[in-house]
Write a protein that binds this ligand. Structure first.
Ligand code: ZN
Length: 380
Protein backbone atom coordinates (compact mmCIF):
# COMPACT_ATOMS: atom_id res chain seq x y z
CA UNK A 1 0.00 0.00 0.00
CA UNK A 2 1.23 3.46 -0.83
CA UNK A 3 2.41 5.74 1.96
CA UNK A 4 -0.55 7.48 3.55
CA UNK A 5 -0.66 11.23 2.95
CA UNK A 6 -0.88 13.68 5.80
CA UNK A 7 -4.54 14.47 6.50
CA UNK A 8 -3.93 18.22 6.56
CA UNK A 9 -2.17 17.97 3.23
CA UNK A 10 -5.06 15.93 1.83
CA UNK A 11 -7.47 18.75 2.65
CA UNK A 12 -4.95 21.43 1.65
CA UNK A 13 -4.91 23.15 5.03
CA UNK A 14 -2.39 24.01 7.69
CA UNK A 15 -2.05 22.16 10.94
CA UNK A 16 -3.93 24.19 13.53
CA UNK A 17 -6.74 25.06 11.09
CA UNK A 18 -10.03 25.83 12.80
CA UNK A 19 -13.02 23.53 12.84
CA UNK A 20 -14.65 25.77 10.31
CA UNK A 21 -11.65 25.80 7.98
CA UNK A 22 -11.47 22.02 8.12
CA UNK A 23 -15.13 21.76 7.24
CA UNK A 24 -14.84 24.24 4.39
CA UNK A 25 -11.75 22.57 2.96
CA UNK A 26 -13.40 19.20 3.14
CA UNK A 27 -16.56 20.46 1.46
CA UNK A 28 -14.49 21.86 -1.39
CA UNK A 29 -12.63 18.57 -1.89
CA UNK A 30 -15.76 16.47 -1.60
CA UNK A 31 -17.57 18.63 -4.18
CA UNK A 32 -14.64 18.48 -6.57
CA UNK A 33 -14.02 14.76 -6.39
CA UNK A 34 -17.51 13.49 -5.79
CA UNK A 35 -18.11 10.31 -7.85
CA UNK A 36 -21.32 11.74 -9.31
CA UNK A 37 -19.30 14.55 -10.88
CA UNK A 38 -16.46 12.31 -12.03
CA UNK A 39 -18.05 9.13 -13.30
CA UNK A 40 -15.52 6.39 -13.97
CA UNK A 41 -12.59 8.49 -12.78
CA UNK A 42 -10.60 6.22 -10.47
CA UNK A 43 -8.25 8.96 -9.35
CA UNK A 44 -11.11 11.23 -8.35
CA UNK A 45 -12.69 8.37 -6.47
CA UNK A 46 -9.48 7.77 -4.55
CA UNK A 47 -9.18 11.47 -3.77
CA UNK A 48 -12.78 11.52 -2.60
CA UNK A 49 -12.17 8.59 -0.28
CA UNK A 50 -8.97 10.14 0.97
CA UNK A 51 -10.74 13.41 1.77
CA UNK A 52 -13.52 11.55 3.57
CA UNK A 53 -11.02 9.70 5.68
CA UNK A 54 -9.09 12.86 6.52
CA UNK A 55 -12.29 14.67 7.44
CA UNK A 56 -13.56 11.78 9.56
CA UNK A 57 -10.44 12.11 11.70
CA UNK A 58 -9.92 15.88 11.73
CA UNK A 59 -13.56 16.66 12.48
CA UNK A 60 -13.55 14.45 15.57
CA UNK A 61 -11.75 16.28 18.40
CA UNK A 62 -10.66 13.03 20.04
CA UNK A 63 -9.33 11.48 16.84
CA UNK A 64 -7.78 14.76 15.75
CA UNK A 65 -5.91 14.98 19.02
CA UNK A 66 -4.55 11.47 18.57
CA UNK A 67 -3.62 12.18 14.97
CA UNK A 68 -1.81 15.38 15.95
CA UNK A 69 0.22 13.43 18.48
CA UNK A 70 0.93 10.18 16.70
CA UNK A 71 0.06 10.66 13.06
CA UNK A 72 -1.57 7.78 11.27
CA UNK A 73 -0.47 5.37 13.99
CA UNK A 74 -2.79 7.12 16.41
CA UNK A 75 -5.95 6.73 14.39
CA UNK A 76 -7.30 3.75 12.58
CA UNK A 77 -9.99 4.90 10.16
CA UNK A 78 -11.65 1.51 10.39
CA UNK A 79 -12.17 1.61 14.11
CA UNK A 80 -14.03 3.93 16.39
CA UNK A 81 -11.91 4.45 19.47
CA UNK A 82 -13.32 2.99 22.63
CA UNK A 83 -16.12 1.06 21.01
CA UNK A 84 -15.09 -0.49 17.74
CA UNK A 85 -17.64 -3.27 17.85
CA UNK A 86 -20.29 -1.50 15.86
CA UNK A 87 -17.98 0.22 13.44
CA UNK A 88 -17.47 -2.02 10.46
CA UNK A 89 -14.84 -1.41 7.84
CA UNK A 90 -15.45 1.11 5.13
CA UNK A 91 -17.60 4.19 5.03
CA UNK A 92 -20.13 2.88 7.51
CA UNK A 93 -17.61 3.20 10.31
CA UNK A 94 -16.72 6.84 9.91
CA UNK A 95 -17.90 8.95 12.76
CA UNK A 96 -18.17 12.06 10.65
CA UNK A 97 -19.95 10.51 7.76
CA UNK A 98 -23.41 11.78 8.55
CA UNK A 99 -22.02 15.26 8.17
CA UNK A 100 -21.56 14.69 4.49
CA UNK A 101 -25.28 14.17 4.11
CA UNK A 102 -25.92 17.38 6.00
CA UNK A 103 -23.53 19.28 3.83
CA UNK A 104 -25.05 18.28 0.54
CA UNK A 105 -28.56 18.49 1.78
CA UNK A 106 -29.41 14.93 0.90
CA UNK A 107 -28.04 11.48 0.40
CA UNK A 108 -25.67 10.30 -2.30
CA UNK A 109 -26.78 7.09 -3.81
CA UNK A 110 -24.45 4.20 -3.41
CA UNK A 111 -22.84 4.76 -0.06
CA UNK A 112 -24.90 2.99 2.54
CA UNK A 113 -24.34 4.93 5.72
CA UNK A 114 -24.87 2.42 8.50
CA UNK A 115 -26.22 -0.64 6.88
CA UNK A 116 -23.28 -2.94 7.66
CA UNK A 117 -24.51 -6.49 7.87
CA UNK A 118 -25.00 -7.48 11.48
CA UNK A 119 -23.77 -10.98 10.97
CA UNK A 120 -20.79 -10.17 8.76
CA UNK A 121 -17.22 -10.12 10.09
CA UNK A 122 -16.78 -7.45 12.73
CA UNK A 123 -13.70 -6.07 14.33
CA UNK A 124 -13.33 -6.88 18.03
CA UNK A 125 -13.75 -4.30 20.75
CA UNK A 126 -10.94 -1.85 21.37
CA UNK A 127 -9.58 -1.74 24.89
CA UNK A 128 -8.01 1.00 26.91
CA UNK A 129 -5.50 0.63 29.71
CA UNK A 130 -3.77 3.34 31.72
CA UNK A 131 -0.26 3.00 33.01
CA UNK A 132 1.83 5.27 35.20
CA UNK A 133 5.50 5.73 34.45
CA UNK A 134 8.35 7.72 35.98
CA UNK A 135 9.34 11.14 34.64
CA UNK A 136 12.68 9.81 33.36
CA UNK A 137 11.03 6.78 31.78
CA UNK A 138 8.89 9.16 29.76
CA UNK A 139 11.96 11.06 28.61
CA UNK A 140 14.06 8.07 27.61
CA UNK A 141 11.35 5.59 26.72
CA UNK A 142 10.99 2.27 28.47
CA UNK A 143 9.66 -1.22 28.26
CA UNK A 144 6.78 -2.07 30.57
CA UNK A 145 5.02 -5.25 31.41
CA UNK A 146 1.29 -4.90 31.86
CA UNK A 147 -1.35 -7.33 32.97
CA UNK A 148 -4.64 -7.13 31.17
CA UNK A 149 -7.82 -9.09 31.74
CA UNK A 150 -9.72 -9.40 28.50
CA UNK A 151 -11.65 -11.73 26.26
CA UNK A 152 -9.30 -13.93 24.23
CA UNK A 153 -10.08 -16.40 21.51
CA UNK A 154 -11.06 -19.77 22.98
CA UNK A 155 -8.35 -22.31 22.15
CA UNK A 156 -10.60 -25.32 22.47
CA UNK A 157 -12.81 -24.29 19.58
CA UNK A 158 -10.49 -21.76 17.93
CA UNK A 159 -13.12 -19.08 18.41
CA UNK A 160 -15.85 -21.05 16.63
CA UNK A 161 -17.88 -21.59 19.76
CA UNK A 162 -18.68 -25.14 18.72
CA UNK A 163 -17.76 -28.38 20.50
CA UNK A 164 -14.75 -30.13 18.96
CA UNK A 165 -15.71 -32.02 15.83
CA UNK A 166 -18.89 -30.03 15.26
CA UNK A 167 -19.59 -26.90 13.24
CA UNK A 168 -22.05 -24.07 13.06
CA UNK A 169 -24.74 -24.19 10.46
CA UNK A 170 -26.76 -21.47 8.79
CA UNK A 171 -29.89 -20.56 10.67
CA UNK A 172 -32.90 -22.07 8.95
CA UNK A 173 -35.36 -19.54 10.22
CA UNK A 174 -33.67 -16.47 8.77
CA UNK A 175 -31.57 -18.13 6.11
CA UNK A 176 -28.43 -16.64 7.61
CA UNK A 177 -29.46 -12.99 7.39
CA UNK A 178 -30.08 -12.68 11.13
CA UNK A 179 -33.33 -10.86 10.41
CA UNK A 180 -36.88 -11.93 9.83
CA UNK A 181 -39.55 -9.80 8.28
CA UNK A 182 -43.24 -10.08 8.75
CA UNK A 183 -46.03 -8.24 7.02
CA UNK A 184 -48.88 -6.91 9.07
CA UNK A 185 -52.15 -5.61 7.74
CA UNK A 186 -53.61 -2.70 9.60
CA UNK A 187 -56.47 -0.31 8.89
CA UNK A 188 -53.79 2.20 7.80
CA UNK A 189 -52.18 -0.07 5.30
CA UNK A 190 -49.62 -2.83 5.00
CA UNK A 191 -46.51 -2.63 7.10
CA UNK A 192 -43.36 -4.61 6.86
CA UNK A 193 -41.59 -5.26 10.16
CA UNK A 194 -38.00 -6.37 10.28
CA UNK A 195 -36.88 -7.93 13.54
CA UNK A 196 -33.83 -9.77 14.78
CA UNK A 197 -34.14 -13.52 14.29
CA UNK A 198 -34.79 -15.12 17.65
CA UNK A 199 -33.52 -18.54 16.58
CA UNK A 200 -29.93 -17.37 16.10
CA UNK A 201 -29.99 -14.06 18.00
CA UNK A 202 -29.20 -12.18 14.81
CA UNK A 203 -25.95 -13.96 14.07
CA UNK A 204 -27.34 -16.00 11.18
CA UNK A 205 -25.56 -19.06 12.51
CA UNK A 206 -26.73 -21.76 14.87
CA UNK A 207 -24.54 -23.80 17.20
CA UNK A 208 -25.93 -27.26 17.95
CA UNK A 209 -23.27 -28.36 20.44
CA UNK A 210 -21.58 -25.44 22.15
CA UNK A 211 -17.91 -25.61 23.08
CA UNK A 212 -17.59 -26.89 26.68
CA UNK A 213 -15.01 -24.23 27.56
CA UNK A 214 -16.54 -21.04 26.23
CA UNK A 215 -20.17 -22.20 26.08
CA UNK A 216 -20.50 -21.08 22.50
CA UNK A 217 -19.11 -17.61 22.97
CA UNK A 218 -15.88 -18.32 21.12
CA UNK A 219 -13.86 -16.39 23.67
CA UNK A 220 -12.88 -16.74 27.31
CA UNK A 221 -11.85 -14.14 29.87
CA UNK A 222 -8.19 -14.33 30.66
CA UNK A 223 -5.43 -12.27 32.23
CA UNK A 224 -2.56 -11.82 29.83
CA UNK A 225 0.85 -10.22 30.27
CA UNK A 226 2.06 -7.89 27.56
CA UNK A 227 5.39 -6.20 27.06
CA UNK A 228 4.90 -2.66 25.84
CA UNK A 229 7.62 -0.51 24.33
CA UNK A 230 7.02 3.07 25.29
CA UNK A 231 8.79 5.48 22.96
CA UNK A 232 11.00 8.28 24.28
CA UNK A 233 9.25 11.62 24.70
CA UNK A 234 5.76 10.47 25.65
CA UNK A 235 3.85 12.65 28.09
CA UNK A 236 0.78 12.35 30.28
CA UNK A 237 -2.26 11.57 28.12
CA UNK A 238 -0.12 10.22 25.30
CA UNK A 239 -1.77 7.20 23.75
CA UNK A 240 0.10 4.23 22.39
CA UNK A 241 -1.94 2.08 20.04
CA UNK A 242 -1.19 -1.63 20.10
CA UNK A 243 -2.74 -3.23 17.06
CA UNK A 244 -4.64 -6.46 17.50
CA UNK A 245 -4.43 -6.61 21.29
CA UNK A 246 -8.06 -5.72 21.84
CA UNK A 247 -10.79 -8.29 22.03
CA UNK A 248 -11.27 -10.97 19.36
CA UNK A 249 -13.26 -10.12 16.25
CA UNK A 250 -16.67 -11.55 15.55
CA UNK A 251 -17.43 -13.88 12.63
CA UNK A 252 -13.85 -13.94 11.47
CA UNK A 253 -13.33 -10.17 11.82
CA UNK A 254 -9.96 -8.82 12.99
CA UNK A 255 -9.16 -8.31 16.66
CA UNK A 256 -9.67 -4.88 18.17
CA UNK A 257 -6.79 -2.69 19.29
CA UNK A 258 -5.45 -1.82 22.68
CA UNK A 259 -4.79 1.80 23.56
CA UNK A 260 -2.30 2.44 26.32
CA UNK A 261 -2.92 5.78 28.01
CA UNK A 262 0.20 7.16 29.65
CA UNK A 263 0.33 8.93 32.96
CA UNK A 264 3.67 10.45 33.91
CA UNK A 265 4.65 10.97 37.56
CA UNK A 266 5.91 14.43 38.45
CA UNK A 267 9.63 14.98 39.05
CA UNK A 268 11.13 16.37 42.25
CA UNK A 269 13.03 19.14 40.51
CA UNK A 270 12.08 19.22 36.87
CA UNK A 271 8.84 20.39 35.33
CA UNK A 272 7.74 19.70 31.82
CA UNK A 273 5.46 21.52 29.40
CA UNK A 274 5.20 19.83 26.01
CA UNK A 275 8.73 19.11 24.90
CA UNK A 276 10.31 21.83 27.05
CA UNK A 277 11.81 21.27 30.47
CA UNK A 278 11.90 23.78 33.33
CA UNK A 279 14.27 23.94 36.25
CA UNK A 280 14.88 26.37 39.09
CA UNK A 281 18.51 26.55 40.11
CA UNK A 282 19.77 28.07 43.38
CA UNK A 283 22.91 30.20 43.11
CA UNK A 284 24.84 32.22 45.67
CA UNK A 285 24.96 36.01 45.94
CA UNK A 286 28.60 36.19 44.86
CA UNK A 287 27.88 34.07 41.77
CA UNK A 288 25.05 36.43 40.85
CA UNK A 289 27.22 39.52 41.37
CA UNK A 290 30.47 38.37 39.82
CA UNK A 291 29.19 35.81 37.33
CA UNK A 292 30.34 32.22 37.35
CA UNK A 293 30.50 28.97 35.44
CA UNK A 294 27.70 26.76 36.72
CA UNK A 295 26.73 23.17 36.16
CA UNK A 296 23.13 22.35 35.29
CA UNK A 297 22.12 18.78 36.13
CA UNK A 298 20.43 17.23 33.10
CA UNK A 299 19.23 13.70 32.51
CA UNK A 300 22.26 11.47 32.02
CA UNK A 301 24.43 14.52 31.43
CA UNK A 302 25.46 17.83 32.91
CA UNK A 303 25.44 21.13 31.05
CA UNK A 304 27.85 24.01 31.64
CA UNK A 305 26.60 27.54 31.58
CA UNK A 306 28.33 30.82 32.24
CA UNK A 307 26.32 33.21 34.38
CA UNK A 308 26.95 36.81 33.40
CA UNK A 309 28.11 39.24 36.11
CA UNK A 310 25.07 41.02 37.55
CA UNK A 311 22.64 38.13 37.01
CA UNK A 312 19.37 39.01 38.72
CA UNK A 313 17.48 36.57 40.84
CA UNK A 314 14.49 35.13 38.97
CA UNK A 315 16.09 35.56 35.56
CA UNK A 316 16.01 32.75 33.03
CA UNK A 317 18.34 31.26 30.52
CA UNK A 318 17.65 28.71 27.84
CA UNK A 319 19.64 25.64 26.86
CA UNK A 320 18.51 25.03 23.31
CA UNK A 321 17.71 21.45 22.33
CA UNK A 322 18.19 20.14 25.85
CA UNK A 323 14.52 19.38 26.35
CA UNK A 324 12.56 16.26 25.49
CA UNK A 325 12.60 14.54 22.12
CA UNK A 326 9.22 14.79 20.43
CA UNK A 327 8.15 11.25 19.52
CA UNK A 328 6.40 12.46 16.39
CA UNK A 329 8.82 14.95 14.88
CA UNK A 330 12.05 13.72 16.49
CA UNK A 331 12.94 17.32 17.37
CA UNK A 332 14.10 18.26 20.83
CA UNK A 333 12.52 20.86 23.06
CA UNK A 334 14.54 23.33 25.16
CA UNK A 335 15.57 23.49 28.78
CA UNK A 336 14.71 26.70 30.63
CA UNK A 337 16.66 27.40 33.78
CA UNK A 338 15.51 30.00 36.27
CA UNK A 339 18.09 31.22 38.75
CA UNK A 340 17.26 32.00 42.33
CA UNK A 341 19.68 33.60 44.78
CA UNK A 342 19.81 31.47 47.88
CA UNK A 343 20.06 33.57 51.01
CA UNK A 344 22.02 31.89 53.83
CA UNK A 345 19.99 31.49 57.01
CA UNK A 346 22.47 29.92 59.40
CA UNK A 347 25.55 32.08 59.80
CA UNK A 348 28.59 31.72 62.02
CA UNK A 349 29.98 34.77 63.82
CA UNK A 350 32.76 34.97 61.28
CA UNK A 351 30.32 34.87 58.37
CA UNK A 352 28.11 37.51 59.94
CA UNK A 353 31.12 39.75 60.28
CA UNK A 354 32.07 39.22 56.66
CA UNK A 355 28.59 40.21 55.53
CA UNK A 356 28.65 43.31 57.73
CA UNK A 357 32.04 44.28 56.32
CA UNK A 358 30.68 43.84 52.82
CA UNK A 359 27.61 45.94 53.56
CA UNK A 360 29.78 48.75 54.93
CA UNK A 361 31.96 48.63 51.83
CA UNK A 362 29.01 49.30 49.54
CA UNK A 363 27.43 52.69 49.16
CA UNK A 364 23.79 53.50 48.58
CA UNK A 365 24.59 53.88 44.87
CA UNK A 366 25.52 50.21 44.56
CA UNK A 367 21.80 49.49 44.78
CA UNK A 368 20.19 52.12 42.53
CA UNK A 369 16.76 50.55 42.49
CA UNK A 370 16.69 50.07 46.22
CA UNK A 371 17.75 53.69 46.62
CA UNK A 372 14.98 54.91 44.40
CA UNK A 373 12.47 52.70 46.14
CA UNK A 374 13.40 54.04 49.55
CA UNK A 375 12.41 57.51 48.37
CA UNK A 376 8.92 56.47 47.28
CA UNK A 377 6.04 57.96 49.11
CA UNK A 378 2.39 57.60 48.29
CA UNK A 379 0.36 60.48 49.59
CA UNK A 380 -3.38 60.59 49.75
ZN1 ZN B 1 -14.64 -22.55 22.94
Amino acid sequence: MAEKRDYYEVLGIQKGASEDEIKKAYRKMAMKYHPDKNPGDKEAEEKFKEANEAYAVLSDPDKKNKYDRFGHAGVDPNAGFGGGAGAGAGFGGFGGFEDIFDMFGGGFGGFGGRSARRNGPRKGNDLQKSITIEFTEAIFGCRKEIKLTKEVKCKTCNGEGTAPGTHKHTCEKCGGTGQVSSVSQTPFGTFQNVTTCNACGGTGQVIDKPCPDCHGKGSVRKTVTLKIDIPAGVDSDSIIPIRGEGEPGVNGGPSGDLYIVINVKPHKIYKRRGDDLYLTMPISYDQAVLGDKVKVPGFNETYSYTLAPGTQTGSNFRLKGKGVKNPRTGRYGDLYVKVNIEVPTKLSAKEKKAIKNMAETFSEDSYPRKKEFSKLKFDK
